[in-house]
Ligand binder design. Structure first.
Ligand SMILES: [Zn+2]
Length: 315
C-alpha cells in the first residue's frame, strides 16, 4: 500500500524533482551544521575578547523584564543593552527584522548559540544548536552575521530557491528549475573551498540532481536500505523520510505564518488547504504528520478560519 502510493507520487517528474530538491537541502544542512557550530563559537569568543565586560561573569539583572517578544526587545539592564548593541553591530540586516524572540538574552554571556539565533528567522527559540536547525536557519545566519565572509548574493539565491521549494503549492518543481537550483547551490558551495566537508557534499548533490534518481523499491525478499555505490539509489523508506522532513518543514512554516496572523489570511488558508488535500490522497504521509496537523488545529484562531475537521477525526 505504502509502496504503491509512493510509486504513484514518484511517477510525476515534477514531484520527484521537488523531493530531490528537498534532499539537496537536507544534504546542505548536513554539511553546514558542523561548520556553523564551530564558527558560532569562534564568533562568540571574538565578541568576548573585544568586549570582556560581556563575558560569562556579566549577568542580566532585568529578569523577566529583559524578555524579548518576536521582533521587539527593549533591554531593561545594561548587560542586555550592550549585548543588543553588539549583536546589531554585526547584523547585516540591522535595520530590518531581527527576531529577538528567538533568544534568551540572559544566556548571551555564556551560550554562543543564543547569540546566533538573533541572526536567524523567527520560530527557533527552542533550538539548542545547529544540529536542530534546518537549512534555511543556517543559511540565514551565514547571510545575516558579518562574521561569515561570503558573497551574500550567493547565499540569498539559495535561500530564495529554498523558499520556492517550501512555497510550491503543489509540491512540484520543473526540471529547468532544478538545473538552476543546482547551479546556485554550486555557486554557494564554491564559497567554502577550504572546508572539506562542504566541498565533499557537492559531488553527492551533483549525482543526485543529474541522475534519473532511480528509486529502488524493494520487492519480495529484498531488504530495505539498499544503496548503490554512487548513492543514487534510495530505498523507499529513505525517500519517505525525505518527504516527511519536507512536509514537516512546510507545515511548520504555515504554522508560524498562521501564528502571526490574528485572522488567517487567504494565502495561508490556501496553502494549508492544498497540503491537506495532498495528504488526504497520501495516507502513508498523513499518518506520520498527525502531530503537526494537530498543532495547527490547536492554534487558537477563529475556528471557521482553520478548517481542520478533516484531520481532527483521523486516526
Ligand atoms: Zn537583561
Amino acid at each position: 500500500m505504502v509502496l504503491l502510493e509512493l510509486a504513484v507520487r514518484l511517477n510525476c517528474v515534477e514531484y520527484k524533482n521537488w523531493v530531490k530538491a528537498g534532499h539537496c537541502l537536507l544534504l546542505l544542512r548536513g554539511c553546514l551544521q558542523g561548520f556553523v557550530g564551530r564558527e558560532v563559537l569562534a564568533f562568540h569568543r571574538g565578541l568576548l575578547a573585544s568586549a570582556p565586560a560581556l563575558g560569562p561573569r556579566a549577568a542580566c539583572c532585568g529578569g523577566l523584564r529583559c524578555s524579548p517578544r518576536a521582533r521587539q526587545f527593549q533591554p531593561q539592564c545594561q548587560v542586555c543593552a550592550e549585548w543588543k548593541r553588539e549583536i546589531l553591530s554585526h547584523h547585516t540586516n540591522r535595520n530590518g527584522d531581527v527576531h529577538w524572540g528567538n533568544c534568551r538574552p540572559e544566556r548571551w554571556p555564556l551560550d554562543a548559540w543564543e547569540v546566533a539565533k538573533a541572526f536567524m528567522p523567527r520560530g527557533l527559540a527552542d533550538k539548542r544548536g545547529p544540529e536542530e536547525c534546518d537549512a534555511v536557519a543556517l543559511l540565514s545566519l551565514i547571510n545575516s552575521c558579518d562574521h561569515f565572509t561570503v558573497d551574500r548574493k550567493k547565499v540569498t539565491e539559495v535561500i530564495k530557491c529554498r523558499n520556492e521549494i517550501m512555497h510550491s503549492s503543489e509540491m512540484k518543481v520543473s526540471s529547468v528549475w532544478l538545473q538552476d537550483f543546482q547551479m546556485k547551490i554550486q555557486n554557494f558551495l564554491n564559497e567554502f573551498k577550504n572546508i572539506p566537508e562542504i566541498v565533499a557534499v557537492y559531488s553527492r548533490i551533483e549525482q543526485l540532481l543529474t541522475s534519473d534518481w532511480a528509486v529502488h523499491i524493494p520487492e519480495e525478499d529484498q531488504r530495505d536500505g539498499f544503496e548503490c555505490e554512487a548513492g543514487v539509489y534510495l530505498s523507499e523508506s529513505q525517500v519517505n523520510e525525505i518527504e516527511m522532513e519536507l512536509l514537516k518543514e512546510k507545515l511548520q512554516e504555515i504554522y508560524l505564518q498562521a501564528e502571526e496572523q490574528e485572522v488567517l489570511s487567504e494565502e495561508t488558508s490556501i496553502r494549508l488547504e492544498l497540503v491537506k488535500e495532498f495528504l488526504r490522497n497520501n495516507e502513508d504521509l498523513r499518518n506520520g504528520l498527525t502531530e503537526e496537523m494537530q498543532k495547527l488545529a490547536n492554534l487558537s484562531l477563529q475556528p471557521q478560519k482553520l478548517v481542520l475537521g478533516a484531520f481532527g477525526g483521523d486516526s
